[in-house]
Design a protein around this ligand. Structure first.
Ligand code: ITT
Length: 187
């Protein structure tokens, strides 16, 4: 059984990634190390540096994920600054920025990096949809109560983890990186 650890302080992320790991028979645990994040406008770059630092620190297989919400009418804001924007202006602050703006399109993007000794695997995932008019639902975390994926009427905040994982940027990115890992291991 393959075991990897996820460097994150976010319990929700851990549960989501663990569920995807289960689809591949991979056990995902939380790393006993903090996730160190550099500042950059690219989540791919952030995650690559975080993964290198985490591997240097832990010296065992480590997975790192970084994500953000990209709102079309705001030029992709808050993107890589999503965590800071969530902590500062929050859901209502973002809704206020979009007041009177009819274009509510937005995408969640995720970048993952998996380091296993001398092997580095990366992947990205994206889910697009739109920003709700008001927060709905208490499930999930972060911007989940205001994000509705295309093809749905409910926000991520109104979905169980398994349902969110059918659409989510994170589930897509993690599936891609685990597919790469398993195809490597089959040689
Ligand atoms: P770690 O860095 O410890 O992994 P974090 O919560 O800070 O946890 P990120 O930096 O990747 O994670 O996430 C940035 C923010 O983007 C996060 O705090 C949320 O506000 C938002 N976000 C990312 N993915 C999300 C999702 O699936 N649902 C809702 N909000 C999300």
């Amino acid at each position: 059984m393959l075991r990897i650890c996820l460097a994150t302080s976010n319990e929700h992320k851990l549960r989501e990634v663990r569920a995807v790991g289960g689809e591949f028979g991979v056990v995902v645990e939380q790393c006993p190390a903090p996730k160190i994040e550099i500042q950059s406008e690219s989540i791919e770059e952030i995650v690559l540096k975080s993964a290198m630092l985490a591997y240097f620190y832990l010296n065992k297989p480590v997975l790192v994920e970084d994500a953000g919400l990209y709102i079309n009418a705001l030029g992709g804001f808050p993107g890589p600054y999503s965590s800071y924007v969530y902590k500062t202006i929050g859901l209502n602050g973002v809704l206020k920025l979009l007041r009177e703006i009819p274009d509510r399109r937005a995408c969640f993007k995720s970048a993952v990096a998996l380091v296993l000794g001398d092997v580095l695997l990366t992947a990205t995932g994206e889910v697009c949809g739109y920003i709700a008019n008001e927060p709905r639902g208490t499930k999930g975390f972060g911007f989940d109560p205001i994000f509705i994926p295309n093809g749905e009427t409910r926000t991520f905040g109104e979905m169980e983890l398994e349902e969110k994982n059918k659409y989510s940027h994170r589930a897509i990115a993690v599936r891609r990186v685990l597919q790469k890992l398993l195809s490597l291991r089959s040689y």
